[in-house]
Design a protein around this ligand. Structure first.
Ligand code: CA
Length: 487
């Protein structure tokens, strides 16, 4: 049969007109997660921190600007993401133990992909790893082997890397202090560069089998180690600390008031604060550059059009907000995380953001939905897919995010309020009116004008924790939660 020039031209024309990428039958997944990263991304409106590569990803994806973790500490949050379950059900309540140890039959996110013909691989920290110890040792003791076909640990010097080291929080002399290292050497001489190298090597070797590749970056978790050029991109003197009313903590329940407070735990002066922020942002920019290297590799290998890319963090982080630092708090800066999902064949909303309330447990059903895989019917989350096609979709009905923490802390975040209780309701409450007080500075829990709001939100919180598995597992939960000892 003779094919005419016209036919060829017509076929060529059709190929040119077809969308840049059609929905692949078995899309790949690249899941990137940073450690202890709050929403300090330039693409999320941060005025000082620079994240050009994540911003580039956001331009070809959707930003979730009201995404909250389920527990603002590494181990519990990661177990929640990977199981798709609230911590009250998966019983990973902190950094102790393993997900599989508390739920032997759990089918994790990547395990579902494995069970459906995917190659699943882990690079560095996906489940909890103690940082810096486990990077120095090259281990991942709380990993879940059933989640992966292959797993690669990273071994780096961390705070022992050569360079100029400073502890910006002199009252904390331990491994979780804000120690920054202006490191000598290049990207690949330190942990996140090594993780990117490994991820790129894996992408070099993927064959026809679809993949689920999870890459865990450990910055900006302390120690804040990054090559010098990333420190040089920030002028230390110009770093701006959060503006916090002096009396902010006066109305916080006494039970939790001093927890990780600057004056008792860190000793960060205004001058030291600038150095601390420079080190945190330098670590983010270093991590961001490694994300960029992996994204470039995806493009170069022709995999970008059929790979879903997700970027997030395990929880937020306080940097002097509320005169406190780090994690396990139940303020917005600790529960909220950056979240970007790029689906190449769903392009209409690319570059947009959504302020709809979403939770990290929504990731699991989203990815199985996008890949057309069967998900366990026990998952607690909801597929975000409607928001990927319409960022203001009325089909999205989730109206609160549920986050728990140490000391029986339980918090719900609605569009208008945050309501928190401590000691499972016995150690005080906080209510913040986010419309009038987005900084969460004035606790309205005992203000009579808000009595009805407290009543409604308390009822919602109790309903949510019941749905999350509280009553069923009450004894186990209360045994695991350590109350802060009164001094
Ligand atoms: Ca306050």
């Amino acid at each position: 049969m003779k094919i005419s020039h016209l036919t060829i031209l017509a076929l060529f024309g059709m190929a040119m007109m077809s969308p840049a990428s059609a929905q692949p039958k078995k899309p790949n997944v690249l899941f990137l997660i940073a450690d202890d990263l709050n929403t300090a991304l330039s693409g999320f409106g941060h005025p000082q921190c620079k994240t050009p590569n994540l911003d580039r990803l956001a331009e070809r994806g959707v930003k979730f600007e009201n995404m909250h973790c389920q527990y603002p500490v590494c181990g519990a949050s990661r177990a929640s993401i990977m199981s798709g379950l609230y911590p009250y059900t998966n019983l990973t309540l902190g950094n102790e133990g393993t997900l599989r140890g508390s739920m032997p039959d759990v089918v994790t996110l990547s395990q579902t992909f494995r069970n459906n013909g995917y190659y699943a691989a882990r690079v560095s920290k996906i489940y909890h790893m103690g940082i810096p110890f486990e990077i120095i040792a090259g281990t991942a003791e709380r990993d879940d082997p059933l989640s992966w076909d292959q797993a690669f640990n990273i071994k780096a010097a961390e705070q022992n890397a050569p360079g100029e080291s400073t502890n910006w929080s002199p009252k904390d002399k331990g491994s979780q202090s804000f120690t920054g290292v202006i490191a000598t050497g290049g990207d690949s001489d330190h942990a996140d560069g090594m993780a990117a190298d490994r991820a790129i090597k894996i992408l070099d070797n993927v064959n026809d089998k679809p993949f689920f590749l999870a890459v865990g970056f450990v910055r900006p978790h302390v120690p804040l180690v990054a090559p010098k050029k990333y420190f040089d991109s920030y002028d230390r003197d110009k770093m701006e600390a959060p503006v916090v009313p002096e009396e902010d903590l006066d109305d916080v329940p006494g039970f939790i008031r001093g927890y990780k407070a600057n004056d008792t735990t860190y000793g960060v002066t205004p001058e030291l604060h600038k150095g601390l922020l420079q080190a945190y942002y330098a670590s983010i920019s270093y991590m961001d550059a490694q994300v960029g290297r992996v994204l470039d590799a995806l493009e170069e290998k022709g995999l970008a059009d059929n790979t879903i890319v997700v970027f997030s963090s395990d929880h937020g982080y306080l940097l002097g907000h509320h005169h406190k630092f780090q994690k396990q708090h139940l303020f917005e800066e600790a529960t909220r995380v950056p979240f970007i999902i790029s689906v190449p064949w769903l392009q209409d909303q690319h570059g947009r953001g959504t302020k709809k309330i979403t939770e990290l447990i929504d990731l699991y059903p989203t990815l199985t939905d996008l890949a057309n895989l069967p998900a366990p019917d026990t998952l607690h989350g909801t597929s975000l897919k409607p928001l990927l096609s319409d960022t203001s979709s009325s089909a999205w009905i989730k109206d609160l995010a549920f986050t728990i923490s140490r000391s029986g802390g339980e918090s719900i975040r609605t569009q208008d309020y945050r309501f928190t209780q401590w000691g499972f309701g016995e150690k005080g409450m906080e209510l913040y009116d986010l419309i009038k007080d987005p900084g969460e500075f004035t606790n309205q829990a005992t203000n009579p004008e808000y009595a009805d709001v407290v009543k409604t939100l308390k009822k919602q919180l109790l309903g949510k924790r019941e749905a999350a598995g509280f009553e069923k597992n009450r004894a186990a939960i209360q045994a695991t939660v350590k109350f802060r000892k009164k001094k």
